[in-house]
Design a protein around this ligand. Structure first.
Ligand code: CA
Length: 548
């Protein structure tokens, strides 16, 4: 238990680090995922004998139970219902979000957040689960933990209530990948995660003004990219008489290197091919990629400080008119054109297609965090209906855009944020402080984000969204699909493997080790670290995912 908890804490810390770096939205790790080869149609019916009732998905649930009630609208209960909610409350919030209050006004179900301001969420979560006294609703960040406690009986299997959750059920039917992602190895659904919208979050950017100055076309193949980077490096596009340009940079340290791998058809970590789970570093394409990237680095095409540059990379290298290209969040990267306009003359940092048309970062079908209903809840059915509310049109709009008339107006049926709110540079954090974009189970609507992006970001977003074929398949989150034994095995074995890969990659790129001379020993060492056992564990969980 304590080992598992420690890991959960470490995982949360890592997550927090990633989240704090990626200010504009949640990070999608550059993982890969099996293409949607499975038809959307059928999902296994683990739930009890409720199949026929599920067919009536257009019916409002309360109409089934109370046929005399003509129209309760969004009301879930005629009498006010109070539930407790274990949710992360930051220093800026008090848990009294306007959005939850609005949901209470619409549904007659009110959630009171019980966790103290500034409490350590992970610690408090573990204490609560250990105590066996749970709040009605529980937010969490770790599918493996939710699954473990769910199987032990702490959380209600949501799939057994789908007949009274018509909107959520319709969502699951239309989104089989999301359904697979939240289904546990025992076939039950113990939590509903936050689910992002669309594929694109990251994109490639290049100094378009530098290309024009040097008379170059936007590169597409890796050979073209190499030539452009060489020109950036040697032809002084910033015009200061020095060869000080940094053609490719990244604030993502090792990930910055990972983003280059697709050009050589290589994958940094896990991916699946025709149903078979593979570990990228073991494949021949990986060796080829490392050889080339090390060469690019040696020639000065990649930032010498790529492993240490960190989160300020864009501000530093664009702000000092040195950086030529990066792969980053589209929204926040495009924003540098505005924020640095007075500082860097002619700065035109534009989105471009991913080299070779292979984009490694894709939004996942579901994030790892979401909420559950505890089995101690006195009225589980009402609680489930409340989960369902967030999948109604009104509930989804409330979660995404806040409150109508306060945060947005409906214009021709489309939510448009109030101009005076959008004008505030803290717009996003103000919206979140009101309770919108919560970290519980709802389906995001990218339109909320699109409204506060600048034109360059909107164009970039559109460019990527229009090219589904660019996105490499995303390897699914398998946390809820591992048995406790597999989870133990995976967590014990994988961390040393990951660390060893990271260290070796740095040595190769920095030129401390020769790729050709040391790659075979690298593979041998991975085998000593039991990589084959981890692959087998991944395969077992992945098979469950695909069967789901
Ligand atoms: Ca220069």
């Amino acid at each position: 238990m304590s080992k598992t908890l420690k890991r959960a804490v470490l995982f949360l810390l890592a997550l927090c680090l990633i989240l704090s770096v990626a200010a504009c939205s949640k990070p999608a790790a550059p993982e890969t995922k099996e293409p949607e080869t499975k038809p959307a149609a059928e999902t296994p019916k683990q739930e009890e004998p409720k199949k026929e009732e599920e067919l009536k998905k257009e019916e409002e649930p309360k109409q089934e139970e109370q046929p005399e009630e003509e129209d309760m609208g969004l009301l879930i209960s005629k009498e006010p219902v109070e539930f407790t909610f274990f949710y992360n409350v930051s220093a800026a919030d008090d848990g009294q979000w306007d959005v939850l209050k609005e949901a209470a006004r619409l549904t007659n179900v009110n959630l009171t957040v019980t966790l103290a301001k500034n409490a350590n969420f992970t610690e408090a979560w573990n204490l609560m689960l250990a105590s066996g006294e749970l709040t009605d609703f529980v937010n969490s960040y770790w599918p493996d933990q939710v699954t473990k406690f769910g199987v032990e009986g702490a959380f209600a299997p949501i799939n057994e209530y789908l007949d009274i959750m018509p909107h959520f059920k319709a969502f699951l039917d239309a989104n089989p990948d999301a359904r697979r992602s939240m289904t546990s190895y025992d076939g039950n659904i113990y939590y509903i995660p936050l689910m992002p919208d669309g594929n694109a979050s990251y994109g490639w950017f290049i100094r378009n003004d530098w290309l024009e100055k040097l008379g170059l076309e936007v590169p597409y193949t890796k050979e073209e990219l190499y030539d452009v980077f060489t020109a950036f490096r040697t032809q002084d596009p910033n015009g200061n008489g020095e060869q000080d340009e940094v053609p490719y940079f990244s604030g993502r340290r090792s990930q910055g290197i990972d983003f280059l791998l697709p050009m050589w058809n290589a994958y940094p970590y896990w991916y699946a091919e025709n149903g078979t789970v593979k570990f990228g570093p073991l494949q021949p394409e990986y060796k080829e990629a490392m050889k080339n990237i090390a060469q690019w680095y040696a020639e000065g095409l990649i930032d010498k400080e790529i492993f240490t540059r960190g989160g300020s990379a864009r501000a530093d290298l664009l702000g000092n008119n040195l950086g030529g290209s990066t792969h980053e969040w589209i929204g926040s990267t495009a924003a540098f054109n505005d924020s640095l306009a007075d500082q860097v003359e002619g700065l035109d940092f534009e989105p471009m297609a991913p080299p070779e048309g292979r984009e490694p970062v894709r939004r996942s079908a579901a994030y790892t965090y979401g909420w559950s209903v505890s089995t101690q809840c006195k009225d589980i059915e009402t609680a489930m209906k409340y989960l369902d509310f967030w999948f109604t049109e009104e509930g989804r709009r409330l979660a995404n855009f806040g409150i109508e008339g306060v945060h947005y107006d409906l214009v021709d049926g489309v939510p448009v944020f109030k101009e005076e709110l959008l004008a505030d540079p803290d717009f996003k954090s103000n919206l979140v402080a009101a309770g919108a974009q919560p970290e519980f189970g709802f389906k995001q609507d990218f339109a909320y984000e699109a409204q506060w992006l600048n034109d360059i970001a909107r164009e970039g977003q559109k460019l990527y969204e229009e090219h589904e074929e660019w996105f490499l398949p995303l390897f699914p989150e398998l946390g809820s699909l591992r048995t406790p034994e597999e989870f133990e095995q995976y967590s014990a074995l994988y961390t040393p493997i990951e660390t060893y890969v990271d260290e070796t990659v740095q040595q190769w790129i920095l030129g401390l080790k020769d790729v050709d001379e040391t790659y075979d020993a690298f593979v041998a060492q991975l085998q000593t670290l039991n990589v084959d056992e981890v692959i087998a564990v991944q395969q077992a969980a992945y098979d469950r995912y695909m069967a789901g």
